[in-house]
Design a binder for this molecule. Sequence first.
Ligand SMILES: *Cc1c(COP(=O)(O)O)cnc(C)c1O
Length: 361
Amino acid sequence: MTNVFNFSAGPAMLPADVMQQAQQEFINWQGQGCSVMEMSHRSKAFIEVAETATDNLRKLLSVPKDYHILFTHGGGRGQFSAVPLNLTSPNDRADHLVTGSWSKGAVEEASHYLTADVVGQTQIIDGKIGVQSQQQWQLNQQAAYFHYCPNETVEGIEIPWVPETNGVPIVADMSSNILSKKIDVSQYGVIYAGAQKNIGPSGLSVVIVHDSLLDKARTETPSIINYSLLAKHDSMYNTPPTFAWYLAGLVFKWLLNNGGVDAMEHRNADKAALLYDAIDSNDFYSNNVAFEYRSRMNVPFHLATTDLDGLFLKESEGAGLKALKGHRIVGGMRASIYNAMPIEGVQALVDFMHDFAKRNG
Ligand SMILES: *Cc1c(COP(=O)(O)O)cnc(C)c1O
């Protein structure tokens, strides 16, 4: 393996064990004489791969029986239109909490299909970015669903509680924090995630949908993102992204072998604490998210002066710490520390940060 720690926000690093296994069996999968990529999705062997992956995801998140798990196309953003098309009619309205770039993208896309109301947003708490308390939101009791993004990948804002919506189904874009901690799936109507942060390769999208929300799709919904059709056909209405599904299955197995989401939650808490401590304990660094809403997955931070950003990036890259450049709309740095990032990677970053501050502060 290389001595590089990859802090990319997505597509992001995958567990080294998984990459090695995929490499070993790349050309000759399970003695079949061909790659899993070269096999029919209707073959017995691949159906077993798909079913095992689905079962293992169900196990990892304790997904109740009355939810379907779908593997589909179009990544995270594909669901921005799949959700309104599958759950509503054009005259319906949906509530949206907007706390950053991705939830903003979702409300913009949804507004092409229905009346999309922004019912709550961020607010400044003691000079830092937080989220409005629920008492300040203007929920509509008639809303077909309530959409939010529990972890804003760009801004590094994670909402640690689940909204109370008085029975309106909650739709959550968990692209960047799915499987990072325990969740109670029964609190949600739909959970979706683009795979390339915490699950596997890009392009794949995982949807967990309550059975009561199936069979509501508009007639014009493209078949390949129609939840009911996908559910009926075990996500094989058309050819699914088979290699991505297989690789996601390897990641699920890796998670189960490493203590599941319980263990990930502890690991992720430790990793985030280590990094935020390094930021807080040194005047040279800052993070502008209110304490309660700091993301455990995406940690944006700024240096004392933007003049040193270029040098920081050049030297960190040289030290094997990859892809720390912040998103262009936030600036500064961002370290994405998903499940696959070992604590050694965060420790290496923290050591580099202390050293850099000492030399340049
Ligand atoms: C990355 C991301 C997306 C977009 O995923 P694509 O696969 O690029 O469409 C959507 N939502 C969140 C929260 C993300 O982090």
